[in-house]
Design a binder for this molecule. Structure first.
Ligand SMILES: [Zn+2]
Ligand SMILES: [Zn+2]
Length: 571
């Protein structure tokens, strides 16, 4: 069947008989007997805030419900379904940009099951509680500020209680296990080697005797990484939704010997009496570094410092490490499985010390023994690592070793770019320490890795939808799929909906870029009340856009009310 498209953007399009531009004067839409569709509502031309709606028959569910982090580029259209009307959630992995808004979903009325692998469920237990604490602290901080300026109070996006409640809805699955979600939906998860428990999810949708299969890649991992298996392939699908974080880039082809590189840097720093501070994400990267450090100590690769002390200073990282050690062995790669079978604890070694309390964290810098300190956050924009930077950055004998990507605007990036001094806790700190980067570690497949995963399908999927990438990356990857490999590939913006039975786009909107604050306001801080007003007006516009097709009487009613409000505001 050829592609029908009514988006106004695609070439060779055919007007779908189901679509009417003029709902007011045209004939009424025929009552659809079957519905089976995909709706793109998050991480569309963006890397964070993942969320895709799936619908079959009378059931609706979402794949991932992530938090938007960092720079927000496009307006995310609101889900056209109330949280309480969603029947289920499928979760690809525990990262906050995929799972972080689940407590909010509970707060808004969702009570259905959330399917995820067993390891993802365990990681979400610590991550969502941690995220809820951050939300509560942030609201408290803002409210203290608001109280002083006499403005209104705000409530946290969600609370610890919301997180505890949503965690009760999790249904753990194993890799390769078929799960019947309901009469219209069944699923299976496959290891994609991106984070402990990360999965591509195959989804079979059944409706009126027809079946369509959609496969969601989640985040596809890199090959030859420690602890995790390489991404596993999936046999077939009608439609694939694939990430594109590195869709326009290739990782270096030079094989990095992480152990030697890391050991050399530690040797150099400890020899001159300094500390190595490693800013690291608490979950995933920290465990990889522990895995390397254990081998370095075991093999005596750093000489003259015995079992040098390694502090893991992050309560979240400590909890997550416990999960890595307790999970079923089929979540880790062959090498780690072999080590566990032969009685080796792969992430623990004699020099390892844990700092849970604030006092233990402070004590680390009182002890002058040269050491390694691993602390979050990985980009230095929050967390305990900032204290360690304050104590170590000004000391030329020390080293700050970056082991992950540093995005623009973060303190980590400022340091990597060679700043001579930085501000920490309202103090200027000179950068005298050696700033180093350990190359080659990445949790994401590059362009060729994504292509390899896609080409692992025995039969070419009929459609490929590209999401989870900055505009350049996702457009370039889509173009490459179309031009060089002959896929029917699309990069939808938020709000796009695809009919899986008719194989056509129901809507394919343009991206709505987020307008930054006007230059007339530069330098002045807006009050929380003003920002809340703007946020509400923006939400109003998004909601209004979603009302297209509603009864004219209803729409005119809203317009009249809004005109009255506008007249009042203009006075
Ligand atoms: Zn991820
Ligand atoms: Zn992601």
């Amino acid at each position: 069947m050829s592609l029908h498209c009514c988006c106004g953007r695609c070439k060779n399009r055919v007007q779908s008989p189901w679509f009417r531009q003029d709902r007011e004067t045209g004939p009424r839409l025929p009552e659809r007997m079957k519905t089976m569709k995909l709706g793109f509502y998050g991480a569309a031309h963006e890397v964070t805030g993942s969320c895709t709606l799936i619908e079959a028959g009378n059931v609706k569910g979402i794949v991932d419900f992530g938090m938007e982090q960092g720079k927000d580029l496009f307006v995310n259209r609101p889900l056209p379904v109330a949280a309480g009307d969603l029947d289920f959630v499928l979760l690809t992995h525990a990262h906050i940009d995929h799972s972080g808004m689940l407590p909010k979903l509970w707060k808004d009325g969702f009570r259905g099951p959330i399917y995820a692998t067993r390891a993802t469920c365990s990681l979400c237990e610590v991550m969502l509680r941690d995220s809820a604490s951050i939300q509560e602290q942030e609201a408290e901080w803002r409210n203290r500020k608001a109280q002083r300026s006499g403005s209104g109070q705000m409530e946290p996006v969600y609370t610890l209680e919301d997180a505890e409640n949503v965690l009760r809805l999790f249904r753990p699955c194993s890799y390769s296990q078929g799960v019947q979600v309901n009469d219209h939906v069944s699923i299976r998860m496959t290891d994609v080697g991106h984070l402990l428990g990360s999965a591509a999810i195959e989804v079979w949708l059944h409706e009126g005797g027809e079946t369509r299969k959609v496969c969601f890649s989640g985040d596809v991992g890199n090959t030859n990484q420690p602890i995790l298996k390489d991404p596993q392939c999936v046999a077939e699908a009608d439609c694939v939704v694939i990430e594109s974080t590195y869709g326009d880039r290739l990782h270096s082809t030079v094989r990095v010997d992480y152990l030697t590189e890391l050991a050399e840097r530690i040797q150099r720093t400890l020899d001159r009496g300094g500390n190595v501070v490693i800013p690291s994400f608490a979950i995933g990267r920290t465990q990889e570094i522990l895995y390397f450090l254990r081998q370095i100590q075991e093999r005596g690769m750093v000489r003259g410092h015995g079992d040098f002390p390694v502090y893991m200073d992050s309560p979240l990282a400590i909890e997550a490490t416990g999960i890595f050690l307790q999970c079923d062995t089929d979540f880790v790669d062959e090498q780690m499985q072999r080590e566990i079978r032969s009685g080796i604890n792969p992430l623990v070694f004699p020099g390892l010390k844990l700092a849970v309390s604030r006092e233990e964290s402070v004590a680390i810098n009182e002890d002058r023994t040269p050491k390694v300190i691993i602390s979050a956050s990985g980009m230095c924009d929050a967390g305990r690592v900032r204290h360690h930077l304050k104590h170590n950055l000004w000391r030329p004998e020390c080293m700050v070793l970056f082991v992950g990507y540093q995005s623009v605007g973060t303190l980590g990036r400022v340091l990597v770019d060679g700043a001579e001094s930085v501000k920490l806790f309202n103090e200027t700190v000179q950068v005298e320490a050696e700033i180093e980067t350990l190359p080659g570690i990445s949790g994401h497949a590059d362009r060729d890795g994504l292509l390899a995963w896609l080409q692992g399908f025995r039969e070419k999927p009929e459609f490929v939808m590209v999401n989870h990438g900055d505009p350049d990356a996702c457009e370039a990857f889509t173009e490459c799929l179309k031009r060089d490999y002959g896929y029917r590939a699309f990069a939808p913006f938020s709000g796009a909906e695809f009919d899986l039975l008719e194989k056509c786009w129901i809507s394919f909107p343009e991206g709505e870029a987020i307008v930054r604050e006007s230059s007339g306001n530069a330098g002045r801080k807006s009050s929380p009340a003003f920002l809340e007003l703007i946020e509400t007006v923006e939400k109003l516009l998004r909601t209004a856009r979603g009302l297209e097709g509603h009864a004219n009487r209803e729409l005119r009613g809203y317009t009249e009310s809004l005109k009255k409000l506008l007249a009042k505001m203009e006075k």
